[in-house]
Design a protein around this ligand. Sequence first.
Ligand code: URP
Ligand code: ZN
Ligand code: ZN
Length: 463
Amino acid sequence: MAKIITNGTVVTAADTYQADLLIEDGRIAAIGHNLQADGAEVIDAQGCLVLPGGVDPHTHLDMPFGGTTTADDFETGTIAAAFGGTTTIIDFCLTNKGKPLQSAVETWHEKSAGKAVIDYGFHLMIGEINDAVLEELPHVMEKEGITSFKVFMAYKNVFQADDATLFRTMLTAKQHGALVMVHAENGDVIEYLVEQALAQGNTDPIYHALTRPPQAEGEATGRAIELTALADSQLYVVHVTCAEAANRIAEARQKGYRIWGETCPQYLVLDQSCLEKPDFEGAKYVWSPPLREKWNQDVLWNALKSGQLQTVGSDQCSFNFKGQKELGLGDFSKIPNGGPIIEDRMSILFSEGVKKGRLTANEFVNIVSTNAAKLFGLFPQKGTIAVGSDADIVIFDPNRERTLSVETHHMNVDYNAFEGMNVTGEPVSVLSRGEFVIRDKQFVGTPGSGKYLKRKRFASDNS
Ligand code: URP
Ligand code: ZN
Ligand code: ZN
């Protein structure tokens, strides 16, 4: 059935204006005043912002990691995402050395099909480059519409790739039109620091942060940038946490390199002291790279404001405190890395960003939706409100106040990393391709209604 959203204030990355939206066949059919359509359902957005659905370019759902599997799968994770205003995610498909890439993609399709309630795509992890990978990669790109490759520079003996693999991935990405993504930390140095800490009996969660210093992130970021320049390729640095990395990205962009960067809500509002919480609670705040000293938060906010960092992803990678984070009791290196953020990403950015005057509402939309859609080959289908775009819409109350809590969140995990934080601004209703997924703060969607997205190839004028 056609729908008309009326009385709201439309906010895109470019504009803010009063208008009605007509939605037909899952797309935005018209934008204007006093729109009419026979039999259309009229949705009153009085007092609300009408935003393009969020695009979260960084999630790990149903992912095996650290001897366990993330607590949220594609059903619980995408429901939580929708509650938070996100209508598209791009999840990381893990590959296995010596095995066909396509088999890994099939595994990720099995995890997601019939479960996702919003649309989703996959990035592909590259752990090795050899003749078989080089032969298969273009076919996977063509068949699956996967146009971004992820290389880990850390997690030694698990995911870490060497520099030759990273460099050859960059050359391959340039040849075929893909964006290379890196987890930029020096895994070799970190492994040594971790061994040293454990040998000295330093086993508490705080040593996770102390053995992954900002220099290890800055060095790896700089190395990835220089290799990208050498390959004349393009790079997206995920989860940037600190000045050492953000400044290198800014310098590279100033030189005209094709480098983009993402940070995450946790690095904008939490700091390293969280890892010192007693009774092993610090384990709830174990991310890689780790939370940093508080002063880095201003660096990251300024980088978002000035456009040196372009996106905020969630890096959703949830593990329960009981039974999962606890795997690292007595040995911080065994704490599964990651946390639950998918639901609160947009609310935190709006509240801490727009409401506190750090970002305009248009910049907010750009950072949580439009830029990621452009970089990852989804724009203008996703990431904006325009005639012809998918009707992925968030009706967002900018004044509603609430407290983030495990008691009220929808993620399948036993804690909230932002417990007790007051935020202003909340999605009231969320539509995916014109159908309500969240209506008046109730889930009304259907597992399996989310569609797999084949994405366009990278183009250097994307962003
Ligand atoms: O700690 C993190 N970030 N966990 C998720 C995996 C990754 O490195 O992105
Ligand atoms: Zn990572
Ligand atoms: Zn991640």
